[in-house]
Design a binder for this molecule. Structure first.
Ligand SMILES: Cc1ncc(COP(=O)(O)O)c(C=O)c1O
Length: 390
């Protein structure tokens, strides 16, 4: 049996390969510190779990509306209004999805025709590439330059524009660089999108994980951008809910309706009791979020400070998410070799940068979503391993 032609160009995720190798080693008794993970190490806050448990106990176990529980959509609309200055109608412009993953997929399915081109910054979370390909569209990587601190500029996009370009993808705070885009950068991209009449997919899932006084700006809040933007967000990273698979998308009615049709014929609705948890997450105290962000910030400072003192490592200090993407070029190793060396010698797992696209060569992604103690230990082991090479 042959699989569909479209699958020939859809690889397994590069990060998955790292997980498999680590799993194999751990089974053999090796002790490895995980700096490859893209998920908070915290437990989901108790009040969120209680709300989901209560929903189950009350027999709230059936389908919800395709677009999600009305009270959850209302809470999402309120969050957009208060945090982002965005006005979305909960009944027609907000869709609760199975994670931001699904939101990206349904947005692309609804907006892209076969052969359409999507400009995607590189490095980036490669899901955008594969989803575009699944839609028959063509992902076009736009290299982000290290010398520009991996911040995108319209001028970087211009050479990749063609009559087939239909969408640009924006992700701030950014995975894997941790970069946060300020208003100037976003306005530059907004002018570009308007000049060339492009849709914009704005993935804002790391919105609250932001440090050093930086502020998140929603792309759709820029003048004239609401009409051409799909805003994507979710509970996974902010509320430590990756396994709940709860995300959401917001778009002007005409676009949202098309997205709902894809959602209807794939997932129907997000998991009902998870949605009750999501409602509690958005509508109750945010103290736990503040506590987690503070802890991430302390870990970020520790990791950056330690990396800056290591031979062969060059670092752009990130302002958001929970990743650092240091360059390891001066070590004389490529990304894969460096990740293998660190796994073998320092017993720490990182992701080779090329898992995030061809323009992340010579980098490794370190996630600081691990305890302060483990990070201290990991940085000590990494320092010893790198000093042994220099
Ligand atoms: C930029 C970005 N968007 C979305 C996601 C996935 O979010 P979810 O768990 O809501 O599907 C990830 C996960 O790593 C991510 O890095």
């Amino acid at each position: 049996m042959k699989t569909a032609k479209r699958m020939e160009d859809i690889p397994f995720s590069g990060i998955r390969k790292v997980f498999e190798e680590i799993g194999r080693r751990e089974k053999n008794g090796e002790e490895i510190i995980h700096l490859e993970i893209g998920r908070p190490d915290f437990d989901t806050p108790a009040h969120i779990k209680s709300a989901a448990k209560q929903a189950l106990d009350q027999g709230l176990v059936h389908y919800t509306s395709n677009t999600g529980l009305p009270e959850l959509r209302r809470a999402i609309a309120d969050k957009f209004a208060s945090d982002n200055g965005l006005d979305y109608q909960p009944d027609s412009e907000i869709i609760v999805t199975i994670g931001a993953n699904e939101a990206v997929f349904i947005a692309m399915m609804a907006l892209l025709n076969p052969g359409d081109e999507v400009l995607i910054p590189s490095p980036c979370w490669t899901h955008y590439y594969q989803c575009a390909k699944l839609c028959g569209a063509v992902p076009v990587p736009v290299p982000l330059k290290k010398e520009n601190r991996y911040l995108p500029r319209a001028a970087d996009y211009e050479p990749y524009l063609s009559p087939k370009t239909r969408m640009i993808v924006i992700n701030t705070p950014h995975n894997p660089t941790g970069a946060v885009y300020d208003r100037g950068i976003l306005q530059d991209l907004a002018d570009f999108a308007e000049a060339h009449d492009l849709f914009v997919l704005s993935d804002e899932i790391y919105e609250k994980l932001i440090y050093d006084g930086h502020r998140h700006i929603s792309f759709a809040a820029l003048p004239n951008m609401h009409e051409r933007t799909v805003t994507i967000n979710g509970m996974s990273k902010i509320y430590a809910m990756t396994g709940w698979r709860l995300g959401y998308a917001a778009a002007p009615k005409r676009l949202a309706e098309a997205m709902v049709r894809v959602h209807q014929y794939t997932t129907v609705c997000a998991v009902t009791f998870a949605q009750y948890g999501g409602y509690a997450a958005l509508s109750e105290s945010q103290d736990e979020v503040d506590r987690m962000v503070k802890a991430f910030d302390e870990r970020r400072r520790l990791v950056c400070e330690r990396l800056q003192g290591m031979p062969g490592i060059e670092l752009i200090v990130p302002n958001g998410a929970f990743y650092v993407l240091p360059s390891v070029q001066k070590l004389g190793l490529d990304a894969q070799e460096c990740a293998e060396y660190l796994l073998n010698t320092a017993k720490i797992a990182v992701v080779p940068g090329d898992a995030f696209g061809e323009f992340a060569q010579g980098t490794i992604r370190i996630s600081y979503a691990n305890s302060y103690e483990n990070l201290e230990k990991a940085m000590n082991q990494m320092q010893i391993a790198l000093e042994a090479r220099s």
